[in-house]
Write a protein that binds this ligand. Structure first.
Ligand SMILES: *Cc1c(COP(=O)(O)O)cnc(C)c1O
Length: 392
């Protein structure tokens, strides 16, 4: 079989970004509120425009964006926030950080919010975070209808779904606030960083101040100035600003985003179609309104025992391919039973069953189709080996 591609290597940072970083280093001006034509402010304007949102605030991570979003909603201390039980540990952590209480909602075998559990738990909650985990979009029509009817704000954790659309709308613009990540494994890579978008001027004014726009630095944000004067000195400063260099790394990547989305989707759909040939593998379908922007693939191992699941992962590793079943690896940060910092953890049988069979393989947009074929063939070969051995 042809050699496997490297699934963890990143794409080079565009030359335009390297030149801009060099220019900034020469100037020594690394702080967003002092630099002339601040790259952070430019990134905010460009990102908001690209997504079709009124306002954007760049911060140090998506987790910081989630935390600030919750603070900007002005919920009472210990209010409940409904979050998916299938998400990254940083999400419940942001809720705890904001002195709120996460309520975990079941997720089904298609990795999305289980609507029955959602409807049951929603009335006791004051806000909702929807994580579009690994870019899988939950049914935003049903979620928004229920939340709007009950006046409950929705924050979209779109950290890993930049470029996805739902019925033609950009993910992150459907709820009240959308949060994105610029961490290395996401579609725009600055190593670290995040951004939040919203159409709510008063809310973004609160978030801007709390992100660390102390004194009159908020004058450098193009938001209704009366909102700012209202909040001057009324809010704490958490200092979660984005570094100028990080913004300089991201801005030229906005130009290649469409290409990354297109190639990632092509790679994913190609591998999905090959994997579906195995009777032991099921790749859940997208929901009808959803156009995905994947940089990885998830599939369920069906009709296999725990031992067979583990043997499949080991066999893939022996062939040089890292495949991970979320709930079968030690201390996985996406397995809710490892979030011991929450105290008493609920039993969530639907999510637990999904996590113990859902397999995760990176599939970066920079891969060629032939390389993706090799990834799929390696997974199928690993499956053949262990299932044939068991049949014998
Ligand atoms: C990566 C990720 C986060 C955290 O993003 P950071 O920028 O690293 O804080 C949160 N939620 C999801 C779904 C993610 O994929």
């Amino acid at each position: 079989m042809p050699k496997l591609p490297n699934l963890t290597a990143a794409e080079p940072i565009p030359a335009a970004a390297q030149a801009e970083v060099e220019r900034i280093l020469q100037s020594g001006d690394l702080f967003r509120y002092t630099s002339e034509g601040s790259p952070v402010a430019l990134l905010e304007a460009e990102f908001a425009q690209a997504l079709g949102s009124k306002f954007a605030l760049a911060v140090s991570s998506c987790s910081a964006a989630l935390f600030l979003s919750l603070k900007a909603l002005e919920l009472p201390r210990d209010a409940k926030v409904l979050i998916p039980a299938f998400t990254f540990a940083a999400v419940p952590s942001s809720v705890v950080h904001a002195e709120l209480v996460p309520v975990l909602c079941e997720c089904g075998p298609d990795y999305r919010i289980d609507l029955e559990d959602f409807h049951a738990k929603l009335p006791s909650c004051s806000a909702v975070i929807i994580s579009h985990m690994r870019g899988h979009t939950s049914d935003m029509d049903a979620i928004m209808a229920a939340c709007d009817a009950q006046g409950i704000p929705v924050i979209e954790d779109a950290a890993h779904s930049l470029g996805t659309t739902w019925a033609g709308r950009n993910i992150g613009t459907i709820g009240k606030i959308g949060c994105f990540s610029f961490q290395s494994y996401k579609l725009l890579n600055a190593g670290e960083g995040g951004i939040l978008i919203t159409d709510d001027a008063d809310l973004v004014a609160r978030a801007v101040i709390m992100s660390g726009a102390y004194e009159y630095n908020w004058k450098k944000h193009p938001v209704l100035q009366e909102s700012f004067t209202k909040w001057q000195n009324e809010l704490p400063l958490y200092n979660l600003r984005l570094n100028t260099l990080s913004a300089a790394l991201i801005r030229p990547q906005l130009d290649v985003l469409a290409r990354r989305v297109r190639d990632g989707r092509r790679n994913h759909d190609h591998v999905a179609q090959l994997l579906q040939q195995s009777p032991w593998i099921d790749v859940p379908k997208s929901l009808a309104p959803e156009e995905r922007a994947p940089d990885s693939i998830q599939f369920n191992l069906v009709g296999m025992s725990d031992a067979q699941v583990d043997a499949f992962v080991s066999q893939a590793a022996a062939l040089g391919l890292k495949a991970e079943v979320f709930g079968r690896t030690q201390d996985n940060a996406r397995a809710f039973w490892n979030w011991k910092f929450l105290g008493d953890l609920p039993e969530l049988p639907l999510t637990r069953a999904m996590l113990s069979r859902a397999c995760d393989v990176r599939l970066p947009a920079r891969l060629e189709v032939e390389e993706c074929t090799t990834v799929a063939q390696t997974l199928l070969a690993a499956m053949d080996t262990i299932m044939a051995a068991d049949a014998a």
